[in-house]
Design a protein around this ligand. Structure first.
Ligand SMILES: NC(=O)c1ccc[n+]([C@@H]2O[C@H](COP(=O)([O-])OP(=O)(O)OC[C@H]3O[C@@H](n4cnc5c(N)ncnc54)[C@H](O)[C@@H]3O)[C@@H](O)[C@H]2O)c1
Length: 353
């Protein structure tokens, strides 16, 4: 970044930063194998957000009356700290893409310069989004299992791209499992994920379950990554062994299960929106007493997670995480000397020509 820092005594020193485009291949090179570093970035960003050094307005959901399954979400955000960057993630979800052999989600991330407001980078962001989601899930798995027996049997419920990234982050941050369970409504997805697990060489005994109950009952760590729009797991007794649940897809479990669990979220205001399961629980009870706190509360020791109940982590997904991971990628690509700057992207720069 070449913008000169702005100071009140030196306002004329501001310059327009160069504008760069970072491809998915570059993003992947910057992130692959860096699971621990990315988890540190995500942890620091949760702490920053918890301390109020961020702006993270509600996500805006663009929906289409004629295409009810599709949506595009805008996540604007700003973070302070070392990254000191503003920006926007613009991410589409078109579930029917999967049947055509292309990913459901596609995204770009725009980074804006803190001092001038100028956009200075556009990054391919489906990888950044999946990465920050998986890093957050692995971070939660670590912190929320500290006061209880560490899970050795993981179950993946819904096994698309996000499940793959979460498994990669769990393995990359030191988890190993004796048993890995898989359940998906699509036999193709289950087979594809099984193939990925076998290839990864990090999975224990793999079982593809043909029903949801068996998967949940045989897992101490359950990862939901479906595209369900309303709860489909309703029986509280399926969780009587008190698993740790990473409820990444947010709308899988019935409010009754939420109410029977310890609930940890990333941000209370964000998560209790858009008919997530915690939002449904709020609508059912008329209060938020069932929310025990945020992951930042747990990391800071303000909230402890009791044994003897299921723990459900519901991360709404914060734009600040995309920004922080995006800035990490930008810095890595810059350091590698491979930043692709678009010359004269901003062209009309003299006020009167
Ligand atoms: N909370 C966050 O921050 C965050 C971030 C990114 C993605 N997500 C969510 O993660 C989810 C998964 O994303 P993806 O890119 O992996 O999607 P994907 O389409 O690649 O995979 C989803 C899989 O879930 C399966 N599935 C759908 N409904 C199911 C059900 N009821 N039971 C079992 N399996 C079912 C599908 O067959 C498919 O294989 C999406 O809901 C997405 O919105 C959350």
């Amino acid at each position: 970044m070449t913008a000169v820092p702005s100071t009140p005594s030196n306002p004329g020193a501001l310059t327009v930063p160069p504008f760069a485009v970072i491809s998915g291949a570059q993003v992947q090179r910057a992130l692959q194998g860096h699971e621990k570093q990315v988890m540190e970035v995500v942890e620091a960003t949760y702490r920053l957000h918890g301390a109020g050094d961020s702006v993270n307005p509600p996500s805006y959901f663009l929906r289409f009356p004629d295409r009810p399954n599709d949506r595009i979400i805008a996540l604007p955000a700003s973070i302070g700290g070392q990254a000191r960057v503003d920006g926007l993630k613009w991410i589409s979800s078109f579930p029917e893409n999967v049947a055509a052999g292309i990913p459901r989600a596609s995204a770009v991330l725009i980074l804006n310069d803190h001092d001038t407001g100028y956009p200075f980078a556009c990054l391919e962001s489906s990888i950044i989004s999946a990465t920050r989601t998986a890093a957050s899930a692995a971070l939660a798995a670590d912190w929320l299992s500290r006061g209880r027996e560490r899970p050795t049997r993981v179950g993946f419920f819904g096994v698309g791209l996000i499940a793959r990234y979460i498994h990669t982050f769990l393995a990359g941050s030191g988890w190993s499992f004796d048993e890995v369970g898989v359940f998906d409504l699509s036999a193709d997805s289950a087979a594809g994920f099984r193939g990925y697990l076998e290839q990864s060489g990090t999975a224990g005994r793999i079982t593809v379950h043909d029903n949801a109950e068996d998967l949940i009952r045989s897992s101490d760590l359950v990862v939901f990554a479906t595209v369900a729009s309303q709860p489909h797991v309703e029986n509280v007794s399926w969780l009587e062994h008190n698993p740790l649940v990473l409820h990444v897809s947010l709308r899988d479990v019935a409010p009754e299960i939420v109410l029977a669990s310890t609930n940890i979220v990333d941000d209370v205001e964000h998560c209790l929106k858009a008919n997530t399961s915690p939002h449904l629980a709020e609508q059912l009870t008329g209060n938020r007493d069932f929310v025990h706190g945020t992951l930042d509360d747990v990391m800071a020791g303000r909230v402890t997670v009791p044994e003897g109940r299921p723990v459900v982590f519901s991360p709404f997904g914060l734009g600040v995480l995309d920004l922080a991971v995006g800035k990490y990628v930008y810095d890595e690509v810059t350091r590698s000397g491979e930043l692709h700057v678009i010359d004269n992207f901003f062209h009309e720069l003299r006020r009167y020509g």
